[in-house]
Design a protein around this ligand. Structure first.
Ligand code: RB5
Length: 142
């Protein structure tokens, strides 16, 4: 899968860890930065990531900050983005199945690396179930 990933300074280490993990799993990863832990503003990186997902360059995206909250708020400002902040694996599966989420947000100061990898796996391996969920997505888009 072709995936976009972005963070702020607080999410940088987790971003780098996940890039290595995703590549080892056979995914192609577009890194929207940042490239170090200097302080940055998460809306700037959310903007690059959401643009890539909306335009179809990235099939799905991953956005990371300290809590995951700022990134998820910023990502959801973009029309066409359904960003889900997940701190557990079941939510990661269900947000793909029910919400057709196209961006996963993670809080690097909230969860550990092993849980983050499992959440990412569940998010990437689940499929949207459409059916009764589609009309709810349509309402979101309107
Ligand atoms: C940065 O210190 C922190 O505020 C940010 O990463 C994030 O947690 C905001 O929601």
């Amino acid at each position: 899968m072709k995936l976009g990933i972005a963070s702020d300074h607080a999410g940088y280490d987790m971003k780098e860890m996940l890039i290595e993990y995703l590549i080892s799993q056979g995914h192609e990863v577009i890194d929207f930065g940042p490239s170090n832990t200097d302080s940055v503003d998460y809306p700037d990186y959310a903007k690059k990531l959401t643009k890539s997902v909306v335009e179809g360059e990235s099939e799905l995206g991953i956005g990371i900050c300290g809590t995951g909250i700022g990134m998820s708020i910023a990502c959801n400002k973009q029309k066409g983005i359904r960003a889900a902040l997940c701190s557990d694996s079941l939510s990661a599966s269900l947000t793909r199945q029910h919400n057709n989420a196209n961006i996963l947000n993670l809080g690097a100061r909230i969860i550990g690396d092993e849980l983050a990898k499992d959440i990412v796996d569940k998010f990437l391996n689940a499929e949207f179930e459409a059916g009764r969920h589609q009309k709810r997505i349509d309402k979101l888009e309107k």
